[in-house]
Design a binder for this molecule. Structure first.
Ligand code: PLP
Length: 397
């Protein structure tokens, strides 16, 4: 199929849920992607913070191929070797006691919601209410769009599951007011990724955590975008010195192979009984073999690279502050947002940058999001940032 035929087939066959860019990639290597016309791009989006080892990473590809030759799938009716290995590797050195594996971020959050409710059910407490933040993003299933603090994602799908309240982000007073005897859990992203790479204030998280502790409320961090090293620590909550009861992971965990995870500690880790939850594909050998490579690499020096490259990327991007149409540049590790003033639109800049051979992604609040592979080279960071600088220098607004 040539690109025209691909677009025609997509327009005819695929449900109209995406506004796709006029691009189709055939292959990639590291942080480079190649389109159907043979053009080369620097990939600063990494599949929306997914391909953390870049494209065609030799170790990841070898592990996937090797596992595919052995077993792609066996059901969870049986034990499987890569699943057991992944759980050992991932939990080792963390505060968490047990985990559950699924296939995506939404599924991990869905599982977290069920775990929260089951925890209080087991205790005989009628606490069912879950507080999340406005502008948060937690996924596309019915419960997770309801948890998501953005009405545009949930409005058409009423009736929605009950028991969710949204409070303004970074507003401890509002949170304190929202908490009551029915509050079961607080679910937060410590950096709101989808809505514009908005980091939580240190004091907000520390105070919210202390409040949850004092009221017996479960503290849950959605690390789907920020986890697995994205911010320079294995999990972004570590920047805040807190110990969440539950976290959720997906995106980077499999380096591109679909996998999600729910990690819990203490009594919450033991709240599910056999039959309470499950997933046909969750924790399958192929996905777990891929995730083992990601965890190993992070623990063997890659985390430190994310921290260093993140500082470098942020310092390069900070030079854009001289343009009066840049509102803010923020982020941690290799998750950075460049917030634009209202004279420019992020979609327009993403389009122009793609024409210049650099792939960026958008986020809320008119933000450009950069979330490259952890293996990106300093030279590639330089080229991408210089091209953005050139484009802004030529932009007259
Ligand atoms: C913080 C957060 N939670 C959950 C999700 C949903 O993940 P998925 O698309 O894998 O279901 C996302 C996706 O962007 C996310 O950023």
């Amino acid at each position: 199929m040539d690109f025209r035929e691909i677009k025609e087939a997509d327009a005819k066959n695929y449900m109209t849920v995406f506004s796709r860019q006029n691009l189709c990639f055939t292959h990639g290597k590291g942080s480079k992607l190649y389109d159907t016309a043979g053009n080369e791009y620097i990939d600063m989006g990494a599949g929306i913070a997914v391909n953390c080892l870049g494209h065609d990473d030799p170790e990841l590809t070898a592990a996937i191929c090797e596992q595919a030759h052995k077993l792609i799938h066996v059901s969870n009716l049986y034990y499987n070797i890569p699943q057991a290995q992944l759980c050992e590797k991932l939990l080792d050195g963390t505060i968490f006691d047990r985990m559950f594996l699924c296939n995506s971020g939404a599924e991990a959050n869905e599982a977290a919601i069920k775990l929260i409710r089951k925890y209080f059910y087991n205790r005989g407490e009628t606490r069912t209410e879950i507080i999340t933040a406005k502008n948060s993003f937690h996924g596309r299933t019915l419960a997770t769009v309801t948890a998501t603090g953005q009405e545009k994602y949930s409005k058409p799908y009423a009736p929605l599951p009950s028991g969710f309240t949204h409070v303004p982000y970074n507003d401890f007073g509002a949170l304190k007011e929202a908490v009551n005897d029915k509050t079961a859990a607080l679910i937060l992203e410590v950096i709101q990724g989808e809505s514009g790479v908005l980091p939580a204030d240190y004091d907000y998280i520390v105070n919210a955590y202390a409040l949850c502790r004092s009221r017996g409320i479960l503290f849950v961090v959605d690390e789907v975008q920020t986890g697995m090293g994205r911010t320079g620590k294995m999990f972004a909550f570590e920047h805040y010195g807190i110990q969440p009861d539950i976290i959720t992971l997906a995106k980077g965990l499999g380096g591109g192979v679909p996998i999600g995870a729910l990690l819990a500690r203490g009594e919450a880790a033991g709240a599910f009984a056999p039959g309470d939850h499950g997933s046909t594909f969750g924790g399958n050998p192929l996905a777990c073999a891929a995730a083992c490579v990601v965890v190993d690499r992070l623990k063997n020096g890659l985390l430190r690279e994310v921290e260093q490259k993140g500082e470098y990327l942020l310092s390069k991007l900070s030079k854009l502050r001289k343009f009066n149409f840049i509102n803010d540049i923020r982020g941690k590790g290799l998750l950075v947002g460049v917030s634009l003033g209202d004279k420019l639109t992020n979609t327009e800049i993403v389009g122009k940058m793609a024409t210049n051979g650099v792939l960026l992604i958008t986020a809320g609040h008119n933000t450009l999001r950069l979330a490259p592979a952890y293996t990106i080279s300093y030279e590639e960071i330089d080229i991408a940032c210089d091209k953005l600088m050139d484009l802004f220098a030529r932009t007259n607004v």
